[in-house]
Design a protein around this ligand. Structure first.
Ligand SMILES: [Zn+2]
Length: 530
């Protein structure tokens, strides 16, 4: 994209806004973050990919970008998600830092690390590179000690800002810091008292410990979210950070952070972009990390190619809420993607504006370089049939696409899309979409007219197969010929004829559209069954 191209996509429009409002800089800091309190679910992904798209928008304008990803792993372990193993073990760590809670899967060094690593790997799969910042390390290192003192000094200013948005004011004993007890490591301390310099005294509500922390050396003091967020905007000089609806509401943490950042940390808030929620359709409403069974980026990647996962977000404006389908609409989503991809490559007519948007959306959807030519587009619906006819064997179906696979990108497309189709058939497809092709002629109780029809059809397929296997017109020719055959059998209703044919082929009364289905199965196997 050149500097002079018109700005049509939200990622470019936002990049342009950042440059205009923050000044022309060589490098811009973009931020996002998550508390790894459980499996990072797909709902969290919208923020990450929103930042990634804007980063691409800035890079397209020749700018350097630092995409920092804050893992808030010094937050408190407040709730044990029901989908975690070793619940008894985890119970012992309630109210401890997430980073000090053990991994219940015994794979990573902590509970936090387990979920962080899993999400980082998923981001790689969709072409997102971040610079992770582990907040537990920053706090434990004492990197924020001056900011913590500054926060304590402004206790009354902060309380006044927060009270404006509260129905009942904060108590006189409230302090703008939290602290993990020096004896039991839980954040259940009360009576925090600051001596105006480096010392904090407190009492633990749980174990009764009376402790003292020195701000110059402590690793136990932390800023709660409403202070932590604006503090880090200034600490990292953040230029852009989006936020969800929940943060953006009146009295939400963005509203108060905007005031706190200027009054306490003498900085300004980053450019903001509110994004809406994403929901899941056709997967049983599993979206809350506290309820277990959440949908992750990996789950979506099981059904959609990596480029399509990016495309779904690139093609919706950030202020639009939408759902990602796991049901029959998966087919429509693939068709929509294929259409826009063809428009981007001029293989399907569209007006100038649509073509320009299609090109930009496709660029933003790439994991690797944008292919110079339109990649192969195997129809998802057709793939489902071919794969089932071939017992789900991806290598067997490649011969169906001979001549169309020209590049490595084509090969990857066919393989990834096939794998997605198989996963979808196994996990989400409606029952009437699934079939197994009979291996031999089944024993069926058919009427004379049905038997007659099958015999005549077999003869037709023997004699005229070459005309039915024509790529463009074959389906239609066979479809018409089948009706002709039906009409030669006295008293036979088309519905009865087709039912018999489906029974012979797949032992079901319904199935994929017959003409195309027969051609895809191939002459030899169909005749064997007839
Ligand atoms: Zn304690």
């Amino acid at each position: 994209m050149s500097e002079s191209s018109p700005l049509i996509h939200w990622a470019d429009i936002t990049a342009d806004r950042i440059i205009k409002q923050r000044g022309d800089k060589d490098k811009y800091v973009l931020a996002s973050g998550i508390t790894p309190s459980g499996v990072v679910h797909f709902g969290n992904f919208r923020e990450t990919i929103t930042v990634d798209m804007v980063a691409r928008g800035l890079r397209a304008r020749g700018k350097n970008v630092r995409f920092i990803f804050s893992w808030d792993d010094y937050d408190t372990f407040r709730k044990i998600p029901v989908n975690m193993p070793n619940q008894e073990l985890l119970k012992n760590y309630l109210f401890c830092p997430i980073v000090d809670t053990p991994d219940p899967f015994s794979e990573e060094e902590s509970y936090a690390a387990h979920h962080e690593k899993a999400y980082e790997k998923q981001l790689e799969r969709v072409g997102i590179q971040v610079e992770p910042i582990y907040q537990s390390k920053k706090y434990k290192n004492g990197d924020y000690k001056e900011q913590i003192k500054l926060t304590l000094k402004h206790r009354d200013v902060i309380a006044a800002i927060l009270n404006k948005h509260r129905s009942s004011p904060l108590e006189d004993t409230w302090m703008p810091v939290s602290l993990y007890c020096g004896s039991c490591n839980r954040d259940k301390v009360k009576n925090i008292k600051w001596n105006g310099d480096n010392l904090l005294n407190y009492t633990c509500e749980l174990c009764g410990h009376e402790g003292q922390e020195d701000l110059q050396s402590t690793s136990r003091v932390k800023l709660p979210w409403r202070m932590d967020w604006p503090m880090r905007w200034v600490y990292e000089a953040v230029d852009f950070e989006p936020g969800g609806k929940d943060h953006s509401s009146e009295g939400g943490s963005y509203t108060t952070a905007k005031e706190i950042v200027s009054e306490v940390y003498t900085g300004s808030p980053p450019i903001y972009l509110q994004y809406d929620f994403v929901s899941i359709k056709g997967a049983g409403g599993k979206m809350s990390s506290s309820k277990g069974d959440v949908i992750t980026v990996n789950d979506v990647l099981n059904i959609y190619e990596p480029e399509m996962v990016r495309w779904i977000f690139a093609s919706y404006k950030t202020n639009v809420d939408f759902s990602i389908s796991f049901d029959l609409d998966v087919i429509k989503t693939y068709e929509d993607f294929d259409r826009q991809e063809r428009q981007a490559y001029g293989a399907e007519p569209a007006n100038e504006k649509k073509v320009a948007m299609a090109k930009r959306v496709m660029e933003l959807s790439q994991i690797s370089a944008m292919p110079t030519e339109l990649p192969i587009q195997p129809s998802f619906r057709h793939l489902c049939n071919i794969l089932q006819i071939n017992d789900g064997d991806i290598t067997k179906i490649k011969s169906n696409y001979q001549g169309q696979i020209k590049t490595q990108r084509d090969e990857r497309r066919l393989e990834e899309r096939s794998r997605c189709a198989l996963n979808w058939l196994r996990d989400y497809a409606p029952e009437d979409f699934k079939f197994t092709l009979n291996k031999s002629k089944p024993q069926l109780d058919l009427g004379n007219d049905q038997i007659q029809f099958l015999g005549k059809l077999a003869q037709l397929l023997k004699d005229e197969w070459h005309s039915f296997s024509e790529p463009e017109s074959g389906d239609k020719a066979l479809h018409e010929k089948m009706y002709e055959v039906i009409h030669t059998v006295e008293g036979l209703e088309p519905a009865q004829a087709f039912k018999a044919l489906y029974m012979v082929l797949i032992n079901k009364e319904k199935g994929p559209k017959l003409a195309n289905f027969i051609v895809t199965i191939g002459q030899e196997r169909v005749l064997q069954l007839l």
